[in-house]
Design a protein. Sequence first.
Length: 95
Amino acid sequence: MTIGNRMKIRRKELGLTQKELASEVKLSQNYLSELEKDKFNPTAPIIIRLAVALKISADELLGMNEEKIVFVFPVLGLLLIFPCYNPEAGFFLSV
């Protein structure tokens, strides 16, 4: 799940409109809409302001708390990381 998806889902859970959230974090509604569509990556200060307004940690907003399955292929020099389960999207990764 992307940061934009997490922002939108959490905003709706809190019953906030884009306009209300944008006002609270001192952004334009248009820019917030673009962030939710993943057209831009927010800067660190904006991530912090969004996390505070959305009442979640910056780690949660960035998806750092999602469980992952890690595959290491040393012969090929590859490290692949996949989400294990995403409760919002309701899917499991099967391998």
